[in-house]
Design a protein around this ligand. Structure first.
Ligand code: CUA
Length: 334
């Protein structure tokens, strides 16, 4: 690693924390929620016990190889050393495995129940290769971002529209498989405000690795402001450039797959794309793959297959004027 790399890496870690809200590194051991904390305890228990077991095994092995002469070793297997073999080779592993099983059941029971009544239900539907996110109590549909109030449990219900995906936000809670035709339920709670990344945790096709989401844990007042803004539908734009963009949106048939509340509902059912009602307020594009800025958005519209091969979005062939208007229109969807 060169000095430049190190500086860039340090900047990546320090800068997001410096500009306002912390962006936590994705890790199941850097826990920021009660469920993840219990799971990490279990992980550390297993880590230390297996480290001790492995060290003891290696010590016995080294002793057998270097500590004794061959005839001595053969004699001793028939003698009292046999008891050591039975104790260390059969009883100790059995006790460890049963102990792990008991600890796992215990933690499983503890994380099954939230510490208090969940304040909100969020539905997350896995798609190849993005996340549909709904707030049924508030009539909100968005994509690839969950917003939650800090310090309170929320219920997350998951399913899939196509293949099996898995919902996992390692800093906050355990994994939950998303199966087509079935709903599974869990809860999560973020103890600190910040942004938490969640990867898809079940191989689901070509872009499994670029299927991620972000959880934004907000203080209560900010969360309510977010709900308020997210509930707002749009009206047809009056500004000529935006009106032209809205026209291009329909000409290019974006409305076949993408909804904009107040303006367009997808004309097809089933295999839809992300809801775009508040696209401009999202931090990332294409399931936490690219930063949401003008260049990435324009590139994504023109050739999604170049940026994320296997994504379900087709190319658009757009004149520069039409592209400019469409991008301006999409950037106005705040
Ligand atoms: Cu979705 Cu892996």
């Amino acid at each position: 690693m060169t000095i430049g790399h190190r500086v860039a890496l340090a900047a990546m870690v320090i800068l997001p924390a410096a500009c306002g809200r912390a962006q936590w590194a994705q890790s199941m051991l850097d826990t920021r929620g009660p469920a993840a904390a219990r799971l990490a305890d279990l992980w550390w228990l297993m880590f230390w016990v297996t480290i001790v077991g492995a060290a003891a095994t290696i010590a016995f092995l080294l002793y057998a190889v270097f500590g004794r002469r061959r005839e001595e070793l053969q004699r001793s297997v028939e003698g009292k050393d046999r008891r050591i073999v039975i104790a260390a080779g059969a009883i100790f592993p059995a006790v460890v495995i049963l102990g792990f099983a008991a600890a796992t059941f215990r933690v499983g029971g503890e994380v099954a129940r939230p510490p208090s009544e969940p304040v909100l239900t969020i539905e997350v539907v896995g798609h190849q290769f993005w996340w549909e996110v709904r707030y049924p109590e508030h009539g909100i549909v968005t994509a690839n971002e969950l917003h939650v109030p800090t310090g309170q449990p929320v219920t997350v219900r998951v399913t899939s529209a196509d293949v099996i995906h898995s919902f996992w936000v390692p800093n906050l809670a355990g994994k939950l498989d998303m199966l087509p035709g079935k709903w599974h339920e869990m809860w999560l709670q973020a103890d600190e405000p910040g942004t938490y990344r969640g990867p898809c945790a079940e191989f689901c096709g070509l872009q499994h690795a670029l299927m991620a989401l972000e959880v934004f844990a907000l203080p209560q007042a900010e969360f309510e402001a977010w709900l308020e803004r997210e509930r707002r539908p749009h009206a047809p734009p009056e500004d000529p450039l935006l009106a032209r963009g809205w026209e291009v949106y329909r000409e290019a048939q974006c409305d076949q797959c993408h909804a904009i509340r107040g303006l367009a509902q997808p004309t097809q059912t089933g295999d839809v794309g992300p809801d775009l009602t508040h696209l401009a307020s999202r931090r990332m594009l294409a399931a936490a793959t690219f930063e949401n800025n003008r260049g990435n958005l324009a590139g994504w519209l023109l050739d999604p297959q170049l940026l994320k091969p296997g994504a379900r979005m087709p190319k658009s062939i757009l004149e520069p004027e039409a592209l400019h208007a469409l991008v301006a229109f999409l950037e106005s969807l705040e």
